[in-house]
Design a protein around this ligand. Structure first.
Ligand code: PDD
Length: 288
């Protein structure tokens, strides 16, 4: 992990000097918004889209956006320049700030706490069946809150769902709502393929509007021959899919080969995945 310079409240600092108050509402209430933005050799993928989502999240929480878009852009760029590593993700977190008392209600006079750091990420995923990470996943009823479209730092539900998968020897947990419809995974969006149609659940309060999801959908619609649908996906459809994928900023498009210890189709990485990841690898740099 690379953490030689971090950013806290307008200053670039060594990590040990980055200190916040225990009265910060991010600490007390998990009241904040975050982003994870990947960069490869200094080039960000989807930075503007990540900033759009950050701004939307801040608005949803009624936290005033502390910086202009240009300032956010240069902050991200400077952090990558000041830290070593070819492939770095920038983590950004904005909380409402700290107050002298712990009280659920807040005043608008608080000063937001802004924290950002980089961490090393693996080289960009390759569209190569032998070199990609195939995922095995658990499943669980989605027990998170009903505002999952907000990229909130309150991640207890996600953490518990993620760890459930780890405890079962898997690397992710795919979630279903009480109607047995697919929502997303604990830290990724989910796509399925059936009869060469690529399907993912629609955007609503149940899922994060993933930047990778957005870019992939646009690339598939523009550059692939496949039919693409955003619609409800049942549990049965997931179990019977020809392919299942996870998407996130650091995974890009990751194939799932087993769900609850049962193979997805023949338990092999699919050909549609190969096309999708190679198109993603080719066109992602259009999304800066
Ligand atoms: N996770 N859904 C959830 C619940 C997520 O936490 C994430 C990302 C995604 C994918 O979003 P994007 O494509 O914009 O990365 C979907 C990040 C990487 C994290 O929390 O570390």
């Amino acid at each position: 992990m690379n953490m030689s310079t971090v950013f806290l409240n307008n200053a670039f600092l060594p990590p040990k000097q980055a200190l916040i108050s225990p009265m910060d509402r991010g600490f007390l209430f998990g009241e904040g918004i975050y982003e994870v933005i990947p960069s490869y050799q200094g080039t960000f993928i989807g930075l503007q889209l990540h900033l759009n989502r950050l701004f939307n999240g801040l608005k949803a929480l009624d936290i005033q956006n502390p910086y202009s878009r240009d300032k956010w852009l240069s902050l991200c760029q400077q952090l990558v320049e000041q830290n070593d590593g070819d492939n770095l993700a920038v983590y950004i977190q904005v909380t409402r700030g700290s107050s002298t008392i712990r009280h659920h209600g807040y005043n608008n006079d608080l000063t937001a706490t802004i924290y950002a750091f980089t961490f090393s990420i693996p080289t960009a995923p390759l569209a190569d069946k032998r070199q990609t990470n195939a995922y095995t996943v658990s499943t669980h009823q989605d027990l998170r809150w009903q505002r999952c479209n907000i990229k909130s730092t309150s991640l207890l539900g996600n953490v518990m769902h993620f760890q459930h998968g780890i405890d079962e020897g898997n690397k992710e947990t795919i979630l279903f709502n009480s109607n047995q419809e697919l929502t997303e995974a604990s830290s990724s969006n989910v796509f399925i393929v059936k009869d060469r149609t690529i399907i993912t659940p629609p955007l609503d309060h149940q899922i994060l509007p993933g930047v990778t999801r957005y870019i992939l959908l646009e690339i598939l619609n523009k550059y692939s021959q496949y039919k693409v649908e955003e619609r409800k996906v049942s549990h049965q459809e997931v179990i019977r899919a020809d392919e299942v994928w996870l998407t996130s900023s650091t995974k890009e498009v990751a194939p799932v080969i087993a769900i609850e210890n049962k193979p997805v189709a023949l338990g092999e990485i699919g050909d549609v995945w190969l096309t999708a990841q190679s198109l993603f690898s080719q066109y992602k740099y259009l999304y800066l």
